[in-house]
Design a binder for this molecule. Sequence first.
Ligand SMILES: Nc1ncnc2c1ncn2[C@@H]1O[C@H](COP(=O)(O)OP(=O)(O)OP(=O)(O)O)[C@@H](O)[C@H]1O
Ligand SMILES: [Mg+2]
Length: 248
Amino acid sequence: MAERGEVVLRAEQVVAGYVKGLPIVHGASLEVAHGEVVTIIGPNGAGKSTLMKAIAGLVGIESGRVVLRGQDVTGRSADQVVSAGLGYVPQTGNVFTTLTIHENLRVGGHLLRGEMAARLERAYQSFPVLAQKRADRARTLSGGQRQMLAIARALMTDPSVVMLDEPTAGLAPKVVQEVFERLRVLAGQGVAVLLVEQNAKGALRHSDRGIVLVEGRNHLEGPAAALLADPAVGAAFLGGAGVRRAAA
Ligand SMILES: Nc1ncnc2c1ncn2[C@@H]1O[C@H](COP(=O)(O)OP(=O)(O)OP(=O)(O)O)[C@@H](O)[C@H]1O
Ligand SMILES: [Mg+2]
């Protein structure tokens, strides 16, 4: 386990995209330390999801580096990056709706050797609602419960870092709070948490630091409280009169 404060995920000047020579992410950098929650915000199409996919080994990296617990994982396959300690909850399609809760968790642990039973038990202890419904298909879960399943699934491999792409999208306000609080607890347990959020204010209130990504580049970054208090950030990125509204 990493020491508190130790950087567990570092992306350095990442250039990445879907077509070689036409990058979407133009040299983005970030760091997430053990015990931290870091949130990436920014307008639609800024490349937030693409940056996460590049870190997760799902999108090609043209230049730059991704370092996970001191190990260079740039260009590794998604399975290799998971094995190196990354958990990833994508923006959409993050649970298999036709599989049961139990099957979803087993899929999350498919890279495990031997520890499956103990990890399933731990998941059910952390998320009692999933234990009650373990034999039900995931499509029967509420939106909030699905997100909890997606998180529990990503935790099956005991990752050092969990990345979540808009985990609160479409959830009721009370459930949004529950998800953020759950992520804070995870960070307290020593997992580094990297979020992408449209719900920028809510996410920053539960984060240590924030990064504003615009056109695939770091536009602004700093302590979450400082970003929340910055009038320029508020107007443009936190539901003020600027970019976010204009894009909606
Ligand atoms: N699979 C894909 N193939 C080609 N281009 C893509 C693909 N996915 C996304 N893009 C393009 O990449 C750009 C950035 O998309 P991305 O999904 O990373 O943005 P985002 O910041 O996550 O936006 P949002 O806030 O809407 O989720 C967009 O122009 C989008 O059209
Ligand atoms: Mg996105």
